[in-house]
Design a protein around this ligand. Structure first.
Ligand code: FES
Length: 185
């Protein structure tokens, strides 16, 4: 059907044909896109939300390491730190985040990461020598964590520790290996 223009009642210079069906189809299309965006937008945000979640809750937060009485001795105590692990769709309760050596220095508790700054092996304590030791490439660390011998480029990494007199908590962090200075991984 051709719609005659007002200034051309005979339709001799007819405008491009426009049908009622075409108008309805176009309007329905626009409305459909709007409705789809309204409904699917929040769904897409909801589905994507878990992907932005940290892999492990607790890493970066203070994690309880044990009662204060556990660290009353004069030897370093190794503690394992646990937190919930959360991936895109699952939560696994209380997985091991890392470990730390806790010891008193000048009457104050400190925490040192067990991860060797050389290539990331585990650091043990040698009670006979009152030193820390990484067996992978034979790095020795003094009781305060300073590197003494071996290829480790820096001393053991210090971790933040909270001691409220009842409970000791540690903020677990990972640091870049192979660097002279302690840099967050
Ligand atoms: S990883 Fe510890 S000395 Fe190499």
């Amino acid at each position: 059907m051709t719609i005659p223009r007002d200034d051309d009642p005979d339709g001799k210079t007819a405008a491009p044909p426009t049908t009622r069906r075409g108008l309805l189809t176009a309007t329905a299309g626009v409305l459909g896109i709007g409705v789809a965006a309204t409904v699917l937008g929040p769904v897409a945000v909801m589905l994507g939300q878990p992907l932005r979640h940290d892999a492990t809750e607790g890493e970066g937060d203070f994690i309880p390491a044990g009662p204060r009485s556990l660290f009353a001795g004069d030897k370093p105590v190794k503690v394992d730190l646990y937190a919930d692990r959360v991936d895109a769709w699952n939560r696994v309760v209380q997985v091991k985040v890392g470990s730390a050596w806790v010891l008193a220095q000048g009457g104050t508790l400190v925490a040192l990461s067990t991860v060797c700054p050389h290539l990331g092996c585990g650091i043990d304590y040698v009670p006979e020598e009152s030193k820390f030791y990484c067996a992978c490439h034979k790095s020795y660390f003094a009781i305060d964590g300073a590197v003494e011998t071996g290829p480790s480029p820096r001393g053991m990494d210090a971790l933040e520790l909270q001691d409220d007199g009842q409970l000791v908590s540690i903020r677990y962090r990972r640091f870049k290996i192979g660097k002279k200075t302690q840099e967050p991984a």
